[in-house]
Design a protein around this ligand. Structure first.
Ligand code: NG6
Ligand code: CA
Length: 513
């Protein structure tokens, strides 16, 4: 071979190589818990700073119309992992302590996709999608399956539900970590003995008092939802969760640094009970709620540091998002409401966690990949449910016909391609499939509250149920705060949207085949 031909051949090989590796970036999805649109300094928070997440936003694509699919945790996570709207499947509302796995093992999931694309797959952090079989639930002292490993994750290090629900133990693989067989773990929804200490009987001993619910078994001076006994050696301190997520995320990245990896880092910050590590307590003027945001930001910085150390920053796509909008008092007296000051956790939007108003699902959304994604702000509509199909596109992996039924390919938006288009419509749900929906189409937003009652989550007030019309229409461009119901003025728009919403719900899928 002539030298020039050889050089051409080598160039060709290396360009093929770079196409191949650019198709298989490592992927880290960082999902915050209860983080609102206005809760980061890059999204307008002024009284505290989130420099590590701000850097991702400044150097990557920062979305102003980024959503999670539900205003509570379990349905958003269900949709993120399955690509299907959670309201289509019964039993996907907020999972209880002894809940079974709500993702059907036969469904083709996002981790299945990533495995098919040749990735090592892992989840570190909050699960809250149940463990064990339907009708049985988790076997806390035995093998906790089915769970993440049965739906496509090679590795899991979990907080099984939420930290306000029992038990406070980690699950690694199929087992409760550090469980001493001579001190078995029991979890239930009734007092195990009449003298079992609870948040009611021992209220004076609590280090953080409850305000509603959360008054059952006490661990670490905090009473929780549900009862448990035993497993003392396995129990963790709330204060140490964030450090543990960093340790385990970094270990996963390190172990898979030479192959493509997919890491779902599901932080528990800033869900209640908000108990940041002592070194973050008091760093903001807003109490533990915002202190936990600063802690979350620190964890992001630590993971990015690991990417730098392993020279993986330019080989890794990072997507940052939240699982639902913000709430102030979510059951503990942690002063979130009293110390909110001028901070507006939902930014300019109405509602928050539990509601189908924008504040419930419009949340921070950032895509970052150094050297590949240009810096910019995008107004396109993207949602956590779209990550599945978008990653199929980015990794060049084909999908089974019935997979990811509501997940749209927004990969071009995530990658910052000029003129890329996001979704044309999005159904926003709350905690169930009871017909309470937000339906966004372009600049229009229809809300549906069949029983005339909505959850009000405005940041200045306690949670309450308010009376609302069965249907309302808002024009988000003119009225981002959903203050002026224009349904009387534009009945034709509302009727068309009602019909489209009903059709998309009925059809069982919204992404055309
Ligand atoms: C609610 C809890 C709330 C929180 C939520 C789930 C009470 C009174 N409220 O039932 O504190 O745990 O469930 O939050 O118990 S989520 O972010 O996981 O969806
Ligand atoms: Ca949540």
């Amino acid at each position: 071979m002539k030298t020039s031909a050889l050089i051409a051949w080598i160039l060709c090989l290396s360009s093929n190589f770079s196409i191949a590796s650019s198709k298989h970036p490592n992927v880290i999805v960082i999902m915050a818990d209860d983080l609102g649109f206005g809760d980061l300094s890059c999204y307008g928070a002024q009284t505290f700073q989130t420099p590590h997440i701000d850097r991702l936003a400044a150097e990557g694509q920062m979305f102003t119309n980024g959503y999670c699919s539900a205003s509570t945790c379990t349905p958003t996570r269900y949709s993120f992992l399955t690509g299907n709207y959670a309201f289509r499947t019964q039993g996907t509302g907020i999972a209880p302590p002894n809940g079974h796995l709500v993702i059907d093992q036969d469904i083709f999931t996002l981790p299945d996709l990533m495995k098919k694309a040749g990735y090592a797959t892992g989840i570190v952090g909050k699960w809250h999608l149940g463990l064990g079989l339907k009708g049985q639930g988790p076997d806390w002292n035995g093998d906790l399956k089915p769970g993440p490993q049965e739906i496509g994750f090679d590795y899991n290090f979990l907080l099984p539900t939420t930290n306000d629900r029992v038990p406070q133990v980690y699950v690694e693989g199929h087992r409760v970590l550090n469980l001493d067989p001579s001190d078995p773990l029991w979890v239930g929804n009734k007092k195990p003995t009449p003298d079992h200490p609870t948040g009611i009987s021992h209220r004076d001993s609590l280090k953080m008092d409850w305000s509603h619910g959360h008054n059952s078994t006490i661990h670490n001076g905090i009473s929780r939802i549900g009862f448990y006994t035993g497993g003392h050696k396995a129990r963790f301190r709330d204060e140490d969760l964030a450090d543990k997520w960093v340790e385990k995320s970094n270990a996963f990245i390190e172990a898979h640094q030479h192959e493509p990896f997919f890491l779902f880092y599901a932080s528990h910050d800033l869900h209640v009970p908000r108990i940041p590590h002592e070194r973050f307590q008091g760093v903001t003027p807003h109490g533990f709620r915002a202190d936990s945001i600063v802690q979350l930001d620190w964890t992001v910085g630590e993971i990015m540091k690991t990417l730098d150390r392993l020279k993986l920053r330019e080989k890794t796509l990072v997507i940052f998002c939240s699982d639902n909008g913000p709430v102030m008092d979510d059951g503990y007296q942690d002063q979130a409401l009293e110390k909110v000051g001028k901070h507006r956790a939902a930014g300019p939007f109405k509602g928050g966690k539990y509601s189908v108003y924008e504040g419930g699902t419009r949340t921070p959304f950032i895509s970052y990949w150094k050297g590949t994604i240009p810096s910019g702000k995008s107004e396109e509509i993207v949602c956590t449910i779209d990550i599945a199909t978008s990653l199929a596109q980015i990794t060049g992996t084909s999908l089974p016909a019935d997979a990811f039924k509501d997940s749209f390919d927004v990969s071009k938006c995530l990658l910052g391609t000029p003129d890329a288009k996001g979704r044309g419509h999005l159904i926003q749900q709350d905690n169930g499939g009871r017909g309470r929906f937000g339906f966004r189409q372009g600049d229009w937003k229809l809300t549906s509250h069949p029983n005339g009652s909505a959850r009000n989550t405005v940041v200045e007030k306690q949670l309450e149920n308010i009376k609302v019309p069965n249907f309302a229409l808002y024009h988000l461009k003119n009225d981002p705060g959903e203050k002026i119901n224009v349904i009387q003025k534009h009945p034709e728009v509302a009727n068309k949207m009602k019909a489209t919403l009903a059709k998309l719900v009925e059809a069982g899928r919204s992404r055309p085949q």
